[in-house]
Design a protein around this ligand. Structure first.
Ligand SMILES: *[C@@H]1O[C@H](CO)[C@@H](O)[C@H](O)[C@H]1NC(C)=O
Length: 332
């Protein structure tokens, strides 16, 4: 008798829990349906972004969207530095030839073995004559470079997109203690030395998309933005707990690789996780949430993309309880 009573009690509890969960999930799906048009207009959408990168004449495409709805505004505030940087630097990159001939240069007095035009690259040309140095920004886009040029010591922002760099060496960025952003989009990078970025004390943004990278190196804990989309990261491409100590990380984009799992654990600071077009087949109830703590809420993580993976999100209905929004992906 006693046992039966306990059982029905448990059953009642269970059914109450189920009702609660159903309401909860119902709310989510409602939210998700409402959110669909928003995710469609998100600027940092890989499809849209890929098209933009290839077709737009100037390279600052993170904010190339004219629409001004609410989601836009959110993105804008989420990536303030990118916005500012993009707009202020856009006109300057369009005339690199002209800029190069005018010595409007970084104070390179402290740069290693350098003259007024910055340190010299191998064939004797100073970096700031070959590339364009403006303030603390060095633009080397589309210069057929096959290695990272030596950079002035005060460099904060380094752009070297659309080149032919194959390898990042241990000392390519050595002693660049002010470096905040590295953008090596669209090179032929297949190899990065494990320590190439590790000792950069200020590095916030690392953009390595559209390369051939198989292995992610050690990352500094100051990073807020990582984009390593469209590379060749597979099962062992990201070492265990690679992002665990990145307590400032807000945006992690690893679309179009061959990952077969979601890299864990994810830092609490994370706002956007894009993993579309990988080979992720399963996840666990506590990939994002904590199964032992139903009161836990992962408030920051609003934007998870898992579409284009062979995963059935319906199989783990409890895995999204703590999230502000349902991930985008197959709910079949
Ligand atoms: C996805 O998972 C749900 C829940 O387990 C199941 O009912 C459904 O048949 C699955 N769909 C596919 C295509 O496997």
């Amino acid at each position: 008798m006693k046992l039966e009573g306990k059982n029905t009690n448990n059953k009642r509890k269970e059914s109450r829990m189920k009702t609660f969960i159903n309401i909860f999930l119902g709310f989510f799906i409602f939210e998700a349906v409402g959110a669909v048009p928003i995710t469609d207009t998100v600027i940092y959408d890989s499809e849209f972004y890929d098209v933009s990168l290839g077709e737009l004449p100037h390279p600052f495409v993170y904010v190339e969207n004219e629409q001004s709805d609410q989601s836009e505004a959110e993105i804008g505030t989420a990536l303030p530095s990118i916005n500012q940087e993009s707009y202020s630097s856009a006109p300057l990159t369009e005339e690199p030839e002209e800029e190069a001939s005018m010595p409007k240069l970084i104070d390179v007095s402290s740069a290693q073995g350098s003259g007024v035009l910055g340190p010299q690259i191998q064939d004797g040309l100073p970096t700031c004559l070959l590339c364009t140095c403006l303030g603390t920004t060095v633009y080397c886009d589309d210069h057929e470079l096959d290695a990272v040029p030596p950079l002035p010591k005060k460099t904060m922002y380094f752009y070297s997109r659309y080149n032919r760099i194959k390898k990042i060496n241990k000392n390519d960025f050595a002693n660049l203690n002010n470096l905040k952003r590295i953008d090596l989009t669209a090179n032929f990078i297949s190899e990065i030395h494990e320590d190439a970025f590790r000792r950069l004390p200020q590095l916030e943004e690392l953009v390595l998309r559209d390369n051939r990278i198989r292995q992610l190196p050690e990352l500094p804990a100051t990073l807020t933005f990582i984009d390593i989309s469209n590379n060749r990261l597979g099962r062992n491409g990201i070492r265990n707990e690679a992002f665990k100590d990145l307590h400032e990380l807000q945006h992690l984009y690893i679309t179009d690789n061959s990952l077969d799992h979601i890299p864990l654990p994810l830092p609490e600071s994370l706002q956007a996780l894009h993993l579309q077009n990988n080979n992720i087949q399963e996840m666990h109830e506590d990939t994002f949430c904590k199964m032992k703590d139903f009161t836990y809420v992962r408030r920051a993580l609003e934007d998870i993309r898992l579409d284009g993976n062979p995963i059935n999100l319906s199989k783990t209905p409890y895995a999204y309880m703590c999230l502000p929004r349902l991930p985008v992906g197959n709910l079949i």
